[in-house]
Write a new protein. Structure first.
Length: 223
């Protein structure tokens, strides 16, 4: 049964290079042209509304893309506007947490993720539940488990983020206002697994039943 997405308003922001392993994987290239230095601020991108897919729904994969990259993340749903908040107060602006699968076509870009690879229709699995902060506890203690057709493919340790949830909100809100209904992805692990049409992806947070299990199947795009 398809479950209605828990998101209905606001903007969804993804964040690159926030996990330590992802940063380390790209570190050697950060000093090369055109930037010649590591980024100082969070590297953000937007997942537009056409990407939203409910838990349980099928996501179409274009014929020219034999596989897609799985992006398991814990998302922070903003409940009160955050503008230049400090890290000690930042989590008070979070209404809850939700699991997401930030799908993309495989590509090599870490500063400016191309829209055409990340914002295809349906390329953001969401849900199934919005868990209250009290049900999740410390977001740094969350460990995401990714399975494809039942086989374990990845774990993402949210305690291994360069900017933990509170610091991430503080740093983003330093230069822009996060409004009620906005969603901020905590980050993605490195070496993200691939999946192809015909496979089923499941993401859950170990030991946190309030978040449920996010599941989506991949299908080939109709001609």
């Amino acid at each position: 049964m398809t479950i209605t997405p828990v998101l209905s308003a606001g903007t969804v922001y993804g964040v690159l290079l926030n996990s330590k392993e992802e940063w380390n994987a790209w570190a050697a290239q950060m000093t090369e042209p055109p930037y010649k230095a590591p980024p100082k601020a969070p590297v953000l991108y937007i997942k537009t509304a056409n990407t939203w897919s409910a838990c349980g729904s099928a996501i179409a994969v274009p014929a020219q893309a034999p596989q897609v990259e799985i992006g398991a993340s814990l998302a922070l749903v903003i409940g009160a506007p955050a503008h230049r908040v400090n890290a000690t107060q930042a989590l008070k602006h979070v209404a809850g947490y939700v699991l997401v699968n930030d799908l993309s076509l495989p590509h090599a870009s870490f500063y400016r993720p191309p829209v055409k690879y990340k914002n295809l229709d349906g390329f953001l699995g969401i849900g199934p539940k919005l868990a209250a902060p009290a049900e999740v506890g410390d977001p740094a203690a969350v460990r995401l488990v990714v399975r494809v057709d039942g086989a374990l493919r990845q774990t993402v340790d949210c305690g291994q983020m360069l900017r933990p949830a509170a610091q991430l909100i503080a740093d983003v809100s330093e230069f822009m206002t996060l409004r009620r209904g906005d969603v901020l992805l905590l980050g993605l692990g490195a070496h993200r697994p691939l999946a192809r049409p015909g496979q089923r992806i499941e993401i859950r947070a170990h030991g946190i039943p309030a978040l449920g299990t996010l599941s989506n199947s991949l299908i080939a795009e109709a001609a």
